[in-house]
Ligand binder design. Structure first.
Ligand SMILES: C[S@@+](CC[C@H](N)C(=O)[O-])C[C@H]1O[C@@H](n2cnc3c(N)ncnc32)[C@H](O)[C@@H]1O
Length: 204
């Protein structure tokens, strides 16, 4: 299950790896999922171990492989070491497509409402988390799952709470489903106008 993932260095706890494995197990055959922020592949491998039991899966790992300046204390990786380690750790999963690009660049390759699952674990600054959510949320199918790591870190929590209010959380993984908005029920236009008028006249 997650034995291979546990051997790879990273920030994901064992409980979180198991959670990712469980979510991946629920993706339907022919499903499509994206992880943004893979580093050396700890989370990627946990997900792939579940997805390899399915058919027709398309899984994409998006990463610059330059590191998250927030987590690495400003340090930026300028060589191929992390990318090579990621490739070695994930080479056996033929349904995995690696996109070496920024989250913003990669998002242009995906259609709206095309994904079953998006997992965000890239740059953990407030602006980047907001940007990632805004980029990737529309790519989800209705009923698809949006999730991310490090809820509990101040910037991540503030971004997610600002955008969604409440989310579900497992260890430090936040998640929610994209639901279809019910069409707004329209009263007869004449009644709506009358209600608006009376509200305008009301003194508060
Ligand atoms: C916390 S690590 C991911 C950890 C990984 N999920 C694991 O389980 O070990 C964050 C990763 O996001 C990548 N990253 C940071 N900002 C990015 C961006 N704007 N676009 C794509 N990748 C980014 C970094 O290169 C780094 O590998």
């Amino acid at each position: 299950m997650i034995e291979r993932a546990k051997k790879i260095s990273g920030w994901m706890s064992e409980a979180e790896l198991l959670f990712l494995y469980t979510i991946a197990s629920s993706i339907p055959d022919q499903g499509k999922a994206v992880e943004i922020g893979s580093w050396k592949g700890r989370s990627t491998v946990a997900i792939c171990e579940a997805l390899k039991q399915k058919s027709g899966i398309n899984f994409f790992a998006v990463d610059t492989f330059k590191g998250d300046p927030e987590i690495l204390d400003g340090f930026k990786i300028e060589n191929d070491e992390v990318y090579k380690e990621f490739q070695e750790n994930t080479s056996e999963y033929h349904f995995l497509n690696t996109i070496r690009a920024t989250s913003t660049e990669a998002s242009n390759q995906f259609d709206e409402q095309s994904l079953d699952w998006v997992f965000i674990d890239a740059d953990h600054s407030y602006d980047s988390v907001c940007n990632d959510v805004r980029l990737w949320f529309p790519k989800l199918k209705y009923g698809g799952l949006l999730s991310g790591h490090d809820y509990g870190k101040v910037a991540v929590t503030r971004a997610i709470n600002t955008l969604f209010g409440r989310v579900s959380v497992w260890d430090s993984i936040w998640y929610l489903r994209r639901v279809q908005q019910a069409p707004r029920h329209r009263l007869f236009p004449a009644i709506e106008v009358a209600i608006r008028r009376s509200l305008l006249q009301q003194k508060f």
